[in-house]
Ligand binder design. Structure first.
Ligand SMILES: [Cu+2]
Length: 133
């Protein structure tokens, strides 16, 4: 009887040690968790839309928005081989400089449904379309 008890006790102790060892091994993933959660505050409230200016123009060229929903474009010009060094949104006062490789935040809230053109300062020769629903 005693032997059985001791074996069980040993097993129990061994099991405890294993359980104790596990969290130490599992520990690294929780470190990654805050990294995943980090973008959340930026998304809260205002929708962020990342956009690039490449040799092919604005990427993405078409963006669907919702009327009354505030958005924040984060625009990065990644090439000098473009005339789109500024971004204008038609029928608004928005005119943002786009320095090379520097993300620029442009906040806007569409107030009516329809298509709104955006593009470079040169009569929007390089352009894209905002589709407001
Ligand atoms: Cu242009």
């Amino acid at each position: 009887m005693r032997t059985t008890f001791i074996i069980l006790a040993v097993l129990a102790v061994t099991a405890c040690k294993k359980d104790e060892a596990k969290p130490a091994v599992v520990a690294p993933p929780p470190v990654a968790a805050p990294v995943v959660e980090a973008p959340k505050p930026a998304v809260t409230g205002t929708r962020s839309i990342e956009m690039k200016v490449t040799e092919d123009g604005f990427q993405p060229g078409n963006v669907t928005l919702k009327k009354g929903e505030p958005v924040k474009f984060i625009v990065t010009r990644v090439t000098d081989a473009t005339c789109a060094t500024e971004l204008l949104i038609a029928d608004t006062d928005i005119k943002a400089e786009l320095p090379l490789n520097k993300p620029v935040e442009i906040a806007w809230t569409p107030t009516k449904a329809g298509q709104v053109k955006f593009g470079c300062a040169m009569d929007m020769m390089v352009s894209g379309m905002l589709l407001v629903e």
